[in-house]
Ligand binder design. Structure first.
Ligand SMILES: [Zn+2]
Ligand SMILES: [Zn+2]
Ligand SMILES: [Zn+2]
Length: 281
């Protein structure tokens, strides 16, 4: 039995048994989680139950027949019914090691241009074969804007923004807070100057949830769809962009992994990026 919770702890669930796990690179997972990819555990219908906070769950239809759920308080992506009647559970929410490891990458063709797949697992460009599933279209690449700004948006499109200054750094953060907030193996955040972020629409729809007792940690999300969205941190003079919400290719890759000392037990990676047990010096 494995318990799971959202970042704020309001919504809780139990999975008696995890069948298998897969990393999904589809653009909807990237946007909803604000992360490079989502890792979904499959749990049978009878093996899953909510244990607290069901009234805080919000839903958004991401495409016909597909629903995405999130905590209305903190914005963590939450488990949802799979088309076959079981549950898709974002592994980033598990409180302990479920004892199962991801076996495959799916929607590899949708991979974020700035993300390198860092393991040897097999992969499929879309769904695995022999599955009768709705087609997920890859959004066509947008024409670049003349200013060179990078555009991004949430899954429902209510929030859109531009990044007008270069990223000072881009981190894969494996800390337990980021994993819960994004309900993913790790987050990838880009940092720019506080004036380098401009909301094009929907800024008033962004909710910022602050972790009690933490100096800086907060999670911003769209109140309509739950996607991770950018936020400004004027105290630190920065704006923080969840790279999964970018629509344009930033033309650069990730700089480093941080907080690998607290990485998910089910996520193995091997790439050539520098790694730091905690924060980068
Ligand atoms: Zn929550
Ligand atoms: Zn997906
Ligand atoms: Zn939205």
């Amino acid at each position: 039995m494995t318990e799971g919770t959202c970042l704020c702890g309001t919504v809780r669930f139990v999975a008696d048994e995890v069948r298998d796990m897969a990393h999904c690179h589809c653009s909807m997972c990237r946007k909803h989680h604000g992360a490079p990819f989502a890792t979904m555990a499959r749990v049978a219908a009878e093996a899953f139950r909510w244990t607290a906070g069901e009234e805080a769950i919000r839903h958004c239809e991401s495409s016909p027949g597909f629903r995405r759920s999130f905590c209305g308080v903190c914005g963590s992506s939450l488990p949802d019914r799979s088309p076959s009647g079981g549950w898709f559970v974002p592994a980033g929410l598990f409180a302990a090691d479920p004892g199962v490891r991801p076996v495959v990458h799916i929607f590899r063709a949708h991979r974020a241009p700035w993300h390198t797949i860092a393991d040897e697992l097999p992969g499929f460009d879309a769904w695995p074969p022999r599955r009768d599933r709705p087609v997920i279209e890859r959004p066509p690449p947008a024409d670049p804007v003349e200013s060179g700004a990078l555009r991004g948006s949430c899954l429902c499109g209510a929030i859109a923004y531009e990044v007008t200054e270069p990223f000072m750094r881009v981190h894969n953060c494996h800390c337990s807070r980021c994993r819960r907030a994004r309900a993913a193996a790790h987050t990838t955040n880009g940092f720019t100057s506080v004036d380098g972020l401009r909301f094009v629409r929907g800024e008033d729809l962004a909710v910022t949830w602050r972790l009690p007792g933490a100096r800086f940690f907060a999670h911003a999300f769209c109140r309509v769809c739950g996607s991770g969205v950018p936020r400004r941190d004027p105290d630190r003079g920065i704006a923080l962009i969840p790279m999964g919400s970018l629509d344009d290719d930033p033309g650069r890759r990730v700089d480093r992994h941080i907080f690998v000392g607290s990485r998910a037990p089910w996520y193995d990676f091997e790439d050539d990026l520098p790694t730091f047990e905690e924060a980068a010096p």
